[in-house]
Design a protein around this ligand. Structure first.
Ligand code: PLP
Length: 471
């Protein structure tokens, strides 16, 4: 029998986050053998305390019953239209009611009029990333994406699938990416013959950056994008996992410039990850072959129809249920998504508070040794060993990460893997003194969750002090 050959296929590298989750059971066993408790500061998953689907399933059931009644069906043998549709082939755009509801509610929250015909259902934000990349990769022309250093691992993983796509990354400070750096990278990529379609980022609750971009920096970034004629792909999973007071929140790029932005919404963090509901939205128009101008949403729709055919109509209808609330015997469209998010925020706000309080209490007088970001949104803070000449040098490599589990039961994620290749070439030490600490996940609930979070951060602070030799 002939061998199966694929000479141009390359084995893709596995990301550190995937490696960590794969090795966790083994490490957990070793930690248990050593009598250590496992402290979760690694996983970026929504907390189980706020992702119990049972309440949602009852709500969905009642909403579907309401739809049945609205159809005027009294005969239980007649198949309701919503149910027929939920299990059928649909158009790629999926049920209009789900898109219309989302357009209304999201539009109110962000002071926008969203056109439901431009809402393209995606398989979470991951599907949105995939969709926008594949749209620009078809022509076969070398393509360069601009992104932050560090950036979301799911984005670099997706880019790595296309052999004629590459990343030109931009360093960040505490407010966002450097606008001059961004302009220079766009121009450098073009000089090297690449087509540059967009800048990809996570401006709110940056993963893994652990902060949100300032309003001023967003404006500067937008100006560069406009001048240079590139899109901003705004991945927005943590838009509502926001810890800033309403008056202090910066605006999403979508509400600043819908014609320059491709916005990726996901239901994973404000609802549930399982149903994989997401939307890509943009009012941009692109000049394509022969100078023709077409809405980006139309190109995305055609792309999606061959990639996905259609999203699960049942999942989209379930999301529509989430966007309705009971009013007596009736259901009404929610005014806003914020109250939904608030149910989740209670847990994340508390965990974040514990993390920041314990870091300050234990390490606040060692600011020459350590620094950490203050997350305005999202699930993470970036912890830096300053290696300023005081104390031992700390390298956050794989051996150090393994040691943190074996010696202290601490699960943390190294930052180096989140820096795109070009950033590591510019600075081989990029991320080699940083960890991503997450405060979103633990295995316990209520008071036990709070106690576990506190214990985890205390254990981390002890370990950090021991590493630099200050204890
Ligand atoms: C920045 C970012 N983008 C995308 C995703 C994936 O989200 P989804 O479940 O919507 O695919 C995540 C998940 O953690 C994320 O942090």
């Amino acid at each position: 029998m002939a061998n199966l050959v694929a000479p141009k296929v390359q084995q893709q590298a596995v990301s550190v986050t995937r490696k960590m989750s794969a090795s966790l059971p083994g490490l957990r066993e070793i930690a248990a053998q050593r009598g250590l408790k496992v402290h979760h500061l690694g996983a970026g998953y929504p907390h189980p305390e706020v992702t119990d689907p049972r309440g949602f399933l009852l709500h969905q059931e009642a909403y579907f019953e309401h739809l049945r009644e609205r159809e005027g069906l009294n005969d239980p043998d007649v198949l309701p239209e919503y149910l027929r549709e939920a299990y059928s082939y649909t158009d790629t755009l999926g049920p209009i009611s789900a898109r219309q509801t989302f357009a209304n509610v999201y539009g109110r929250d962000w002071n926008l009029t969203l056109n439901p015909e431009k809402l393209i259902p995606t398989v979470g934000a991951s599907g949105g990333i995939n969709l926008i990349c594949s749209m620009f990769e078809h022509p076969g022309q070398p393509v360069a994406y601009i992104t932050d250093a560090p950036t979301y691992a799911g984005f670099t993983a997706r880019v790595a699938l296309c052999q004629h796509a590459t990343i030109f990354s931009v360093e960040m400070d505490g407010e966002g990416p450097s606008p001059e750096g961004m302009r220079a990278q766009i121009r450098a990529a073009r000089e090297q013959g690449y087509f540059v379609p967009f800048y990809y980022t996570v401006p709110d609750g940056h993963n893994p950056g652990g902060f949100s971009f300032s309003q001023q920096r967003r404006e500067a970034v937008l100006e560069v994008a406009r001048d240079e004629g590139i899109l901003i792909v705004e991945d927005a999973p943590y838009l509502y996992i926001n810890f800033a007071a309403p008056q202090d929140r910066a605006k999403p790029f979508l509400s600043m410039a819908p014609d320059q932005t491709v916005h990726l919404f996901t239901g994973s963090k404000i609802g549930f990850p399982g149903p994989r509901v997401g939307f890509l939205y943009s009012e941009a128009e692109l000049e394509i072959a022969a100078g023709e101008k077409v809405p980006l949403s139309e190109l995305a729709l055609v792309e999606s129809s061959s990639e996905l055919l259609f999203h699960s109509p049942g999942a989209l209808r379930g999301f529509e249920a989430l966007l309705h609330e009971r009013s007596g015997d009736d259901f009404v469209e929610r005014q806003s998504i914020w109250p939904l998010a608030e149910d989740k925020l209670v847990v994340y706000r508390e965990n974040r508070q514990i993390l920041l309080e314990v870091l300050e209490r234990e390490l606040g007088s060692y600011k020459d040794y350590f620094s950490w970001t203050i997350p305005g949104g999202g699930f993470f803070t970036v912890f830096t060993f300053l290696n300023s000449g005081k104390g031992n040098m700390v390298r956050t490599d794989d051996a150090m990460i393994e040691n943190m589990v074996m010696e202290h039961g601490l699960v943390v994620i190294p930052m180096y893997d989140f820096y795109p290749k070009d950033a590591r070439q510019r600075d081989p030490g990029a991320g080699m003194n940083q960890l991503r600490l997450s405060f979103c996940f633990s295995e316990s609930a209520g008071q036990q969750r709070r106690d576990d979070m506190r214990e985890a951060v205390e254990a981390f602070c002890q370990a950090a002090k021991a590493l630099v030799g200050t204890t």
